[in-house]
Write a protein that binds this ligand. Structure first.
Ligand SMILES: [Zn+2]
Length: 267
């Protein structure tokens, strides 16, 4: 089994949106910008006996050309080079979107579900709680500034089959899907057991950065349910010690620079 870490560019935002601050649950007020930081946006390609599983889909390449509403372009501008488009990152691994039949999405936010249009043919696994919440948010009214981190067009891509996940399960031998709610009403992490490099845990936005993981765990600037958020971080901590695992933090630029990215891989 191999894991390729795909670099699909980065977002910028105020540090207040990442680490704990006074405006939990809202987007920060641009007038209090004080520390503008980079958030790497990663996808993960797993190759397992000739079959592929893709975990998370990054952001839509036209995000800054009007695909995202203006407020999100201002609060989370995306920087993505041509070679960082998801299909070009997959090409580094010799893979085309149509080769991938199974996709797991941690949650439906704009930096995780943005390339669903490339995977209409696939089986897509999502957290039931997050999927229901996302669909409700984007279809309640026409004002995208009330849709949180969800993009209506992402939610309207016609997909062959969504699979709504409520329980932890093994999606393939050595690859566990684990529920880590809190950042959003539901969120799917992955635990992958590699032969040579050991166990990797991908908590995605359950744990933005190494500093947030602690211990002690810290609140992030955006969270839906703080009780479950902290429970989920402790679940990751238990898994980490059970498997002596490496945790791959979702949006930590300094940490990201220490990782091997495609076409290099872990195995
Ligand atoms: Zn994210």
């Amino acid at each position: 089994m191999k894991i390729y870490i795909l670099n699909t560019g980065y977002l910028e935002t105020d540090r207040n949106n990442v680490e704990a601050c006074a405006n939990v649950g809202t987007y920060s007020n641009p007038s209090i910008q004080n520390d503008w930081i980079k958030l790497p946006v990663m996808s993960f390609l797993i190759e397992n006996n000739g079959e592929y599983i893709l975990y998370d889909l990054g952001s839509h390449p036209d995000a800054m050309k009007g695909y995202w509403p203006k407020n999100l372009q201002e609060v989370y501008p995306l920087y993505q080079k041509e070679e960082e488009r998801l299909e070009n990152q997959l090409a580094l691994c010799g893979v085309k979107p149509e080769d991938i039949k199974t996709v797991v999405i941690s949650h439906m936010h704009l930096d995780h579900a943005g390339n669903l249009h490339l995977f209409e043919h696939a089986d897509i696994y999502v957290s039931k709680a997050d999927f229901m919440h996302a669909q409700t948010q984007v279809h309640l009214n026409l004002d995208p500034t009330t849709h949180g981190g969800y993009i209506k067009s992402d939610l309207e891509v016609p997909i062959k089959q969504y699979h709504l996940v409520e329980e932890d399960f093994e999606i393939a031998p050595g690859i566990e899907v684990v529920n880590l709610p809190g950042h959003t009403p539901g969120l799917l992490g992955l635990v992958v057991h590699l032969e040579k490099d050991g166990t990797f845990i991908f908590p995605q936005d359950c744990i933005y950065t190494e500093a947030i993981f602690g211990p002690p765990a810290k609140a992030s600037g955006l969270l839906y349910d703080s009780l479950n958020y902290f429970k989920s971080i402790e679940k990751v901590r238990k898994l980490k010690s059970k498997y002596d695992a490496k945790v791959i933090f979702a949006h930590d630029y300094e940490f990201f620079k220490t990782l091997k990215t495609a076409p290099e891989f872990y195995e």
